[in-house]
Write a new protein. Structure first.
Ligand SMILES: [Zn+2]
Length: 578
C-alpha cells in the first residue's frame, strides 16, 4: 500500500471507529423521542462514555439506594476527579440532580446528551478545565424501577416512566433534612464531598396551562445570604432568562397559583426538606427546572437540555464572581447575631411580570355539575401579572456560640456526621448554665406526612437552666461553614427542624404520674412550701367553673407545678450556649 492509500485507510478507520463509537452514545430518547431511558440503560450509557473518554468522564457509586442498585455520580472534568483537588484548583462545581421524581424524567435524558456533548464539543470540553460537572443520573433508583404509563395522568409522554415515590413510597424531594431514605444519605455524603457552588434539580410541572415550555424555581431571594442573593438576582438570573428567550425558549418563574394566572403567581418558599432548600443552606446557587407537562416529551427534554447547557456556560462565565460571592456569603452569615427561622409572604408587595397566558373561563362541568376552569388555547395573550415574591421574617432567633446535643440522639449525630458538621464532645460529665426551650404549644396532623407527623405552630419559652450533660455529649460551634444548616435543624420553630420531624418526640410525653388518693393528702405540705402556687390555684378554682368541677385536673395543675413533676417533660433537650 502506498503512503497516500495508507493515509486514506487510516482516515477511513478513524471515522469508522468514531461513527461506531458515537452510535453507542445515541441515547434511547434519541432513538425514539417519546421514550426515556431505564435506570440500567442510563448507567450503561455513562459507563460506555467513561470507557471512551476516561480522562473526561468518571462514573462512581455514591452509596446505596432503597433497592439493591446504587445511586451513581458521573463526574465530568478535564483536571481529574478528586473533590479536594477541584477545590484546591479553584474549580467551580456544578451539580445536576435527575430523576428525584422519575415520572418527570426530562433531566435524565437531557443530561446524557449534555455529557456526550461535553466530550465531543471542543467549546464545552474546554469549560471542563474550570468547571467540574457532577451529574446524579437517577437519584430515585427504586422509583425509577416502578415503571408504568399511567401515574402521570395529566402529562404528555413519555410512553413509560418511573414513579414519584421510592420503594418505601417516600417523596425524596421532602427527604433532604430528615434523611429517611438511604438515597438521601448517599446524596448528603456526595453533596458534602463536593460542596457544589451551583446546583440544579430537574422536574416536570403540574397545574396551570400556559404557553411556556419551562419554568424555574430559584432559591428564595430573602432566604439566600445577601452577597450571593444580590449577585444572583441582580446579574445571573436576568441573564439566564434573557438567554433562554434569545434561544426562542422563553422561561417564566414557577407558576404557583392562588387560582388563575391572571391573578398572579406566588414565589415558592422552599424549606430545607426540598433539594434547593437544603443545598442553598450551604451557599450554593440553586435552581429547580419545571418543564410544562402538556408539551411533548421531546420539547421538554430539549428545553431542559437548553437550560442545563446555559447554566454550565453561565457558571463558567461568572466562575470567579460566584466563588468570590460564596466566600463573602460565608463571612456575612458568620457576622449575623440573629437568624430568621420562619418567613411569611408579604402579599401587599409584588413585582409586575409579563406573562404569556391562555385566557381562562369558567364552564359548567356535566360530570360534577360545578364550574371548572377551561383554558382557551386558540388565543395567547401577553399580560402583566403580579409576582408575589417578597417574604418577611416571621420568627427570628438569637444565634448561640454553641448548641449542646445529648449523645442519646444518635440518629441526629448520624445526620450531623453526614453533613460534615464539626463538633467536639464533652470530656467529662458536666452541669452547665445554659439556655433551654420549654415547649408551650405545638400541633401535629392527624394523618402521617412523609413517614412522620410533622409538628407545626410551635410556641416556646426560652429559659435559663442548669442542665447536666454527660461525657460524650456533643458541643457544636456555630462558627462553621454549615452554620445555617445547624440552626435550621436545631431550632424547634424552624419549618424543617429535627423537632418538627419528630426526632425529639420522647420529651413530649410524661413518663411518671401520680395516684390521686395518695397525692391529694400531700397538697397541704406543697402549699405550705409554695404559697404562690396555692394562691394561683385558689384563684383559678374560683374563676374557672369547669376546672373547679374536675378533680383530676385540679390535682394535675398542682402536680405539674410542684417539684414532683419531671423536669424533662416538654424541655427541649438541645441547649444553647451564648
Ligand atoms: Zn417533581
Amino acid at each position: 500500500m502506498n503512503l497516500k492509500l495508507k493515509f486514506l485507510f487510516c482516515v477511513f478507520l478513524f471515522y469508522f471507529i468514531k461513527l461506531n463509537a458515537q452510535q453507542d452514545w445515541i441515547t434511547p430518547f434519541e432513538q425514539n423521542k417519546n421514550q426515556t431511558c431505564t435506570y440500567h440503560q442510563c448507567i450503561a450509557f455513562y459507563k460506555a462514555l467513561s470507557k471512551s473518554f476516561p480522562k473526561l468522564v468518571k462514573v462512581n457509586e455514591i452509596g446505596p439506594s432503597d433497592v439493591s442498585y446504587p445511586v451513581h455520580e458521573v463526574i465530568l472534568s478535564s483536571e481529574g476527579f478528586d473533590p479536594r483537588k477541584a477545590k484546591q484548583k479553584n474549580k467551580l462545581v456544578l451539580m445536576i440532580n435527575n430523576g428525584i421524581h422519575p415520572g418527570e424524567p426530562e433531566g435524565i435524558d437531557a443530561s446524557m446528551i449534555l455529557a456526550r456533548e461535553c466530550c465531543l464539543n471542543p467549546q464545552l470540553k474546554s469549560i471542563l478545565k474550570d468547571i467540574t460537572l457532577v451529574i446524579i443520573p437517577i437519584y430515585n433508583v427504586g422509583g425509577s424501577l416502578r415503571r408504568n404509563s399511567t401515574t402521570r395522568v395529566n402529562q404528555n409522554g413519555p410512553e413509560s416512566y418511573g414513579f414519584r415515590g421510592n420503594m418505601q413510597n417516600l417523596d425524596l424531594n421532602r427527604d433532604f433534612i430528615k434523611c429517611d431514605s438511604r438515597n438521601a444519605m448517599s446524596f448528603t455524603a456526595c453533596f458534602q464531598k463536593w460542596q457544589p457552588d451551583v446546583f440544579v434539580d430537574t422536574h416536570t410541572s403540574d397545574g396551570a396551562d400556559y404557553p411556556y415550555n419551562i419554568s424555574l424555581i430559584t432559591t428564595q431571594r430573602d432566604k439566600l445570604s445577601k452577597p450571593l442573593s444580590e449577585f444572583l438576582f441582580g446579574e445571573m438570573l436576568p441573564k439566564l432568562y434573557a438567554q433562554m428567550a434569545l434561544q426562542q425558549d422563553e422561561m417564566v418563574p414557577y407558576v404557583e397559583l392562588k387560582d388563575i394566572p391572571e391573578n398572579g403567581i406566588y414565589d415558592f418558599l422552599e424549606t430545607p426538606r426540598y433539594s434547593t432548600g437544603y443545598t442553598s443552606l450551604f451557599h450554593c446557587l440553586s435552581f429547580m427546572t419545571e418543564t410544562h407537562m402538556l408539551k411533548p416529551f421531546a420539547v421538554r427534554v430539549e428545553s431542559t437540555k437548553r437550560f442545563l447547557h446555559l447554566l454550565l456556560k453561565t457558571s463558567y462565565e461568572y466562575k470567579s464572581v460566584i466563588l468570590q460571592k460564596k466566600k463573602e456569603s460565608i463571612k456575612y452569615e458568620q457576622s449575623k447575631s440573629e437568624y430568621t427561622i420562619k418567613w411569611k409572604l408579604n402579599d401587599l408587595i409584588a413585582d409586575s411580570i409579563e406573562f404569556r397566558s391562555y385566557p381562562t373561563m369558567n364552564a359548567l362541568s356535566p360530570i360534577i355539575h360545578q364550574a371548572i376552569v377551561r383554558y382557551d388555547k386558540t388565543m395567547e395573550a401577553k399580560i402583566k401579572i403580579p409576582f408575589f415574591n417578597h417574604f418577611e421574617p416571621a420568627i427570628n432567633t438569637k444565634i448561640p456560640a454553641y448548641y449542646i446535643i445529648p449523645q442519646a440522639y444518635h440518629q441526629i449525630t448520624l445526620r450531623l456526621d453526614l453533613n460534615k458538621i464539626q463538633y467536639t464532645t464533652l470530656s467529662q460529665d458536666s452541669c452547665i448554665q445554659v439556655s433551654s426551650y420549654r415547649i408551650d404549644k405545638f400541633a401535629s396532623p392527624e394523618k402521617p406526612y412523609e413517614h412522620h407527623f410533622l409538628h407545626r405552630g410551635v410556641e416556646l419559652t426560652e429559659i435559663p437552666t442548669m442542665q447536666c450533660f454527660m461525657k460524650g455529649d456533643l458541643l457544636i460551634p456555630t462558627t462553621q461553614f454549615a452554620r445555617r444548616y445547624i440552626i435550621e435543624c436545631l431550632e424547634p420553630q424552624a419549618a424543617d427542624s429535627y423537632f418538627a420531624w419528630n426526632f425529639f418526640d420522647g420529651m413530649l410525653q410524661r413518663k411518671e404520674y401520680f395516684s390521686d388518693y395518695l397525692f391529694e393528702p400531700m397538697v397541704e405540705t406543697i402549699f405550705k412550701q409554695n404559697p404562690e402556687l396555692q394562691s394561683e390555684f385558689t384563684q383559678k378554682q374560683a374563676q374557672d367553673t369547669l376546672f373547679s368541677q374536675d378533680g383530676w385536673e385540679q390535682l394535675y395543675y398542682i402536680y405539674s407545678r410542684s417539684q414532683f413533676s419531671e423536669s424533662s417533660y416538654m424541655l427541649y433537650p438541645v441547649a444553647k450556649l451564648y
